[in-house]
Design a protein around this ligand. Structure first.
Ligand SMILES: [Zn+2]
Length: 273
């Protein structure tokens, strides 16, 4: 699932390439993916427009268009954007293809058909958008604000980190990384964290995301459709040695979601449900 660091690199890559570039032709191959909140035809509305801006909010990529509308992409589990020279043929799960005035194309592919591409003049109309908490890397999210906001969330700490209404942009992979960095067992309840642990969690949220963005900036290049995760410390590394202590990384799977952590560095009672 693309998370904040992945989407930030996609934004950085696409922003200068798309600025001022026109959309000469739009094809919707899988209508399930698109939601045009203007109510008219998605492809017709996009054709002839040009890109004005590229930004990110939580797990949404936002492309401003020259008519003031926004194309908001929420890739969910498996959405991928591919940018470059036109492909010779469409792939089965290519959902939307935009041909660009400079000869490139932007292609949205989704193996799970779960992502969405919205067209809207008002982002508040996009489902879940208005409920997003501050971005996890927003400088305005101070330790004081973090402590204040987390009081509302009584559940397990990993679930809270991935709750987009608490902070936006963190998913399964980076939540594991942040908990490992902070030495906190991911299934602990928020109320069991003392003040020092809460501060470590906050600091690690910042450093893990910042370092991941720096790493991805050197690793991703133009292949923005490939998710690079091999540099992570624990997520996706079950059975491999913990980079801090050498103990094997543990895996717990709940509701199809795997959590990876180190039982030595992140002690806690295994909650089995
Ligand atoms: Zn360890």
């Amino acid at each position: 699932m693309p998370e904040l660091p992945d989407l930030e690199i996609i934004r950085e890559t696409l922003a200068p390439r798309l600025a001022g570039v026109g959309i000469t032709f739009a094809t919707v191959r899988r209508p399930l993916i698109v939601r045009n909140l203007f109510g008219d035809d998605f492809a017709t509305r996009l054709t002839g427009r040009s890109f004005a801006s590229a930004s990110r909010r939580g797990k949404f990529l936002l492309f401003g268009l020259d008519d003031g509308a926004t194309m908001a992409i929420n890739p969910m589990l498996a959405g991928r954007l591919k940018y470059g020279a036109p492909l010779g043929r469409d792939r089965t799960r290519d959902a939307v293809v935009l041909r660009l005035s400079d000869g490139h194309e932007l292609r949205y592919h989704d193996a799970e058909d779960m992502g969405k591409i919205y067209l809207t003049a008002d982002l508040a109309q996009v489902p879940t958008f208005a409920d997003l908490g501050p971005d996890a890397d927003d400088p305005a999210l101070t330790i004081e604000l973090f402590r204040q906001r987390i009081k509302r969330h009584t559940g397990e700490i990993k679930g809270t980190l991935t709750n987009q209404e608490f902070v936006a942009g963190i998913g399964n992979a980076y939540a594991d990384e942040i908990c490992w960095c902070a030495g906190i067992y991911p299934f602990r309840r928020r109320a069991s964290l003392d003040s020092a642990e809460m501060e470590r969690l906050y600091r690690c949220m910042g450093t893990v995301l910042e370092k991941a963005i720096e790493t991805l900036r050197t690793r991703v290049g133009d292949a923005i459709d490939v998710e690079v995760r091999d540099f992570l410390a624990v997520h996706g590394k079950a059975g491999r040695p913990c980079p801090r202590c050498g103990s094997p990384i543990s895996e717990v799977t709940r509701e199809k979601r795997a959590t990876h952590f180190c039982r030595t560095c992140q002690p806690g009672l295994l909650v089995d449900r």
